[in-house]
Design a protein around this ligand. Structure first.
Ligand code: S3P
Length: 428
């Protein structure tokens, strides 16, 4: 993919459905009793992996464009797959499905692509083993054979901030004897909790000295209820950054998910001088949404290091923030983001490498980076097979001098297949 610098972005865009919410909509509808129609289901390849795995487990799924109908089988209605469950590139698919198949009376084998096969699975193997499931794997990596069983409830407090782990334990808890409790020390995206409530499941949340204690009963039943998925704020982030950096830009993005546990990127960009206005705020299916109007800004400046609780909220937006940092007076430093090293690629190493290739002054730390304000120069960069790196560096290319070439940019389809077309449609 070759990217030329542009002058500004202008127009109104609709983005595909949120990837995190789409995964959950498919999995939770499958667990429900009755049929669910999901509208604006993500076009992401990851979410297609989730649908395929569910079909292999005996769930009937009908898809017409962005509308997906799932015929729920109930919590125990899955059937043994005749072949391996291929989760592709998707960490959310494998970790959430692990929590479901661990409670079924059969064995399942979860596999994934090269990137997913390198990623850590101990984080879900550990709690599910405590609940009674058994696993075969080498060094806690895929392929992962899960021997399902009748689970027992546990009290679990993870040592990482991960919505995937939380969701895995809560979903397993739906099928466990007794009440499963999960302490969340650092808040992570709460789409699973919100959607389970939408399906009639009671999840109690109590404040404790350690954080938030979530409880879910193994007796809970899910009742199918139609869903509309908001546009993906993580996809919006690329346009928010590009438009903020280019004077005269004026872009409106419609119906974007504004869940407080996901919208950190909007607040962070605003704190760095971006001009973002939220309009038409409302709620759909327990998720807040609104339109975002972003205009080019003259005063982009950073003050403090970004670290602490906000990191989990903006975890998927850090690659594009790294690019944004090159446009800020004072540059940008992000720390305590070591989780980025075990995403679809090592996102710290990938962002630092590409920024350096583009002439940015950047320092790498084990848990983050510091980038100085830099004049970017177009050159050849690599997506490292990571969708968010591909899209972040497409935005870098818009801001650079000369042409930028991104190798293997088609991996953007993992979350946002239409990205380059939408970008073109607002580029001037
Ligand atoms: C996701 C949670 C995050 C995020 C991922 C999607 C989810 O991962 O990076 O892209 O849908 O729950 P972790 O929870 O493992 O940090």
């Amino acid at each position: 993919m070759k990217i030329q610098p542009i002058n500004y972005l202008n127009g109104t865009i609709k983005l595909p459905g949120d990837k995190s919410i789409s995964h959950r909509s498919a999995i939770i509808s499958a667990l429900a009793n009755g049929q669910t129609t999901i509208e604006n289901f993500a076009s992401s390849a990851d979410c297609a992996s989730t649908l395929e795995c569910l079909q292999k487990l005996g769930v009937i799924v009908e898809r017409t464009g962005s509308t997906v109908i799932v015929k729920g089988v109930g919590k125990q209605g899955f059937i043994e797959s005749a072949s391996e469950l291929d989760c592709g590139n998707s960490g959310t698919t494998v970790r959430m499905l692990a929590g479901i198949v661990a409670a079924q009376p059969f064995s399942s084998t979860l596999i994934g692509d090269e990137s997913l096969s390198k990623r850590p699975m101990k984080r879900v193997i550990e709690p599910l083993t405590e609940m009674g499931a058994k696993f075969d794997s080498t060094e806690n990596r895929l392929p992962l054979k899960v021997h399902g069983t009748l689970l027992k409830s546990i009290f679990y407090q993870p040592n990482i901030a991960s919505a995937q782990v939380k969701s895995c334990v809560l979903l397993a808890g739906l099928n466990a004897v007794g009440t499963t409790e999960f302490t969340e020390i650092t808040p992570t995206r709460d789409h699973t909790e919100r959607m389970l409530r939408w399906f009639g499941v009671e999840i109690t949340a109590t404040r404790t000295v350690n954080g938030k204690l979530l409880s879910i009963s193994g007796d809970a039943e899910l009742t199918a209820k139609n869903l509309v998925v908001p546009a993906d704020v993580s996809s919006a982030a690329f346009f928010l950054v590009a438009a903020s950096c280019l004077q005269n830009s004026d872009v409106t993005i419609e119906n974007v998910g504004l869940n407080p546990t996901r919208r950190g990127i909007i607040d962070v960009l605003k704190s760095l001088g971006a001009s973002i206005e939220i309009i038409n705020e409302t709620e759909v299916c327990n998720e807040p949404i609104g339109d975002l109007r972003v205009r080019g800004s003259k005063n982009l400046v950073s003050k403090d290091v970004i670290r602490g609780e906000i990191i989990a909220n903006i975890i998927d937006e850090i690659p594009i923030l790294a690019v944004f940092g090159t446009q800020l007076e004072n540059g940008l430093e992000i720390r305590e983001a070591g989780e980025l090293r075990v995403k679809e690629s090592d996102r710290i190493a990938a962002a630092v490498e590409n920024l350096r290739r583009m002439n940015a002054d950047v320092e790498e730390f084990p848990d983050g980076f510091r980038v100085k304000k830099s004049k970017l120069k177009g050159t050849k960069v690599d997506s490292f097979g990571d969708h968010r790196i591909a899209m972040a560096f497409a935005v870098a290319g818009l801001l650079a001098e000369g042409e930028t070439e991104i190798t293997n940019a088609e991996c953007a389809a993992v979350s946002f297949p239409e990205f380059f077309d939408v970008l073109k449609s607002v580029s001037n």
